[in-house]
Ligand binder design. Structure first.
Ligand code: B12
Ligand code: SF4
Length: 472
């Protein structure tokens, strides 16, 4: 049987991101590692992100240094298969790691998977250091690669043959019962602050700016509650101080299941945790259950303050519903962080202003919770985190590969400037809708942030500390 080394590439060298992003275990790879191990395959996981921001010293290694570490490790271990993951933003550093790995052991097969390359196999395989691209879910595919099945027989891969790219047919997604428990014991969990609990795979919606539905055939699969319990047991046995990030937009779709999951969390008696939702993914009962389980903050993807923009982008959402959700959270005294995307197709100067007005209303609601509970909150978390948990965030649209906008920009009346993936950081204009320029949208982002900052400052809280861009 072949030896497999899975590597999580470093994050682009931006200090404000590195400090938080390096606190999450490499979830996608840990699912693959679990599947490989269950199939009896020798697998090791190397998370190079944690080398970027070493704890507790907080000393940093550059990506060059990390490439050196990878090259030497691969030289020593000689894994026959090296698997790398990548999002759009980490794609360029993943390529640097692929090069270092190949230099370390040239006979190794370098495989790249993840949300970005699933939609860019031809482009990725132009790179001389990548041999195989895995599209979509990688658990079964990687087992077949490690068992050395003929490449032509492996579903869901793309590879090079005689200078041409062969795209094998797609692989069916896993039955939820077969989704493994991530192999947290293959990394040192003491290096991380969070365990990310994702209770579903896929999504039944079709937002124009998101690739998740296409990765999962527009279906949602629910992981079994037993596996979720096992996942938490394993993670907390390795580091009892972890904070849960309940990254599940769809918890409210099945309330009976939500209650079972939140009861498991409550029984653990964890420290206050944060969760994520669509505005319509939450209801009064769910908020109460979240509070009982000690959820301290909800991150809500509001996306736009314009009904026209929401509709044009298939969001399945209205401004009325967004504001109702904000009021519901306020009534129940739950802090929430509102996330908006600026520069979506259909955006105009007017819709930008509408979005800012809705963001201000959302902040009014959440800041009122802050004011009422300020002393208790300050006991619980630093002011920086109170701000982070209750402000509005404005991202610029990054039309990632695989999203409906990227596949058909003309239909969405959108212009994409370039495919320099390193700039697809949601902070840089990489495209523009027909009716407002990328430059104007970038400028508006700073204006919107400063308006929210002013709004918060006007409450005259006894602390004045605000760093827009911090993402704790
Ligand atoms: C949880 C989450 C986070 C968490 C934690 C991530 C973690 N390490 O656990 C945090 C908050 C840190 C985060 C951060 C960001 N995220 Co995020 N995140 C998610 C979320 C909600 C779930 C991820 C997850 O656990 N998926 C489940 C696993 C099983 O899926 P997976 O990782 O894709 O892995 C499977 C396959 O892709 C494949 N695979 C993956 N790697 C490999 C490697 C090999 C060798 C093989 C064979 C197969 C393979 O097999 C895996 C198992 O089936 C997704 C949305 C979603 N629903 O998927 C967004 C998502 C991944 N995030 C996204 C983004 C944009 C970001 C940020 C860039 C946001 C920002 N502007 O700061 C950052 C930076 C991410 C980075 N490292 O580059 C986008 C990525 C889009 C893209 N094209 O790149 C997504 C898809 C959301 C979206 N629709 O826009 N994120
Ligand atoms: S952004 Fe839209 S399409 Fe993507 S996961 Fe959320 S609801 Fe689904």
């Amino acid at each position: 049987m072949l030896k497999v080394l899975l590597i999580d590439p470093p994050f682009p060298e931006r200090p404000w991101d590195i400090s938080w992003i390096t606190q999450f275990p490499p979830k996608g790879l840990l699912y693959i590692a679990a599947a490989l191990r269950e199939a009896g395959i020798d697998v090791e996981v190397l998370d190079t992100k944690i080398m970027q921001f070493e704890r507790p010293s907080l000393l940093r290694r550059s990506i060059d240094e990390i490439c050196h570490v990878v090259r030497e490790k691969v030289k020593r271990k000689k894994p026959e298969i090296i698997g790398l993951t990548s999002t759009t933003l980490s794609y360029s550093s993943a390529l640097r790691i692929a090069k270092a790995a190949k230099e370390g052991y040239p006979p190794a097969t370098v495989v790249m998977g993840g949300v970005h390359v699933s939609f860019t196999p031809e482009e990725t395989l132009k790179n001389e250091f990548i041999d195989v691209v895995v599209r979509g879910e990688g658990e079964t595919t990687m087992i077949e690669l490690a068992k050395s099945l003929p490449l032509l027989n492996i579903l869901g891969i793309s590879f090079k043959k005689n200078g041409k790219v062969i795209n094998n047919p797609d692989r069916e997604n896993l039955d939820p019962i077969d989704i493994p428990v991530p192999a947290y014991d293959l990394v040192d969990m003491r290096n991380y602050a969070y365990v990310v609990l994702t209770c579903t795979r896929g999504c039944p919606y079709r937002c124009s700016f998101c690739e998740v539905p296409l990765l999962h055939n527009s279906k949602i699969r629910y992981r079994t509650v037993e596996k979720i319990q096992q996942e938490l047991d394993l993670a907390f046995s390795l580091n009892p101080r972890l904070e849960i990030r309940l990254e599940d937009e769809f918890l409210g779709l099945d309330m009976e299941r939500a209650e079972r999951i939140l009861t498991i969390i409550k029984k653990r008696n964890v420290m206050p945790f944060r969760t994520v939702t669509r505005p319509d993914g939450i209801n009064e009962k769910l908020i109460q259950l979240l509070k009982q389980a000690d959820c301290s903050n909800v991150y809500v993807g509001m996306e736009s303050g314009s009904d026209e923009v929401l509709e044009f982008n298939n969001r399945g959402m209205t401004v009325k519903r967004i504001l109702e959700t904000a009021n519901m959270l306020e009534r129940n005294e739950m802090l929430f962080h509102s996330a908006f995307i600026l520069g979506l197709p259909g955006e105009t100067k007017e819709t930008l202003k509408q979005t800012l007005r809705v963001a201000q209303k959302c902040c009014e609601s959440t800041f009122s919770v802050v004011r009422k509970n300020f002393e208790t909150l300050l006991d619980l978390m630093p002011f920086k985190l109170i701000v982070e948990n209750s402000r509005a965030e404005f991202n610029l649209l990054a039309p990632n590969p695989g999203t409906p906008i990227s596949k058909n920009p003309g239909k969405f009346r959108y212009r994409i400037f370039h495919r320099n993936w390193g700039l697809y950081d949601c902070n840089t204009s990489v495209g523009e809708p027909y009716d407002v320029s990328g430059e104007e949208i970038s400028r508006f982002k700073y204006h919107a942030l400063s308006e929210i900052q002013k709004q918060m400052s006007s409450y005259e809280l006894p602390v004045d500390w605000w760093v827009p861009g911090y993402k704790g």
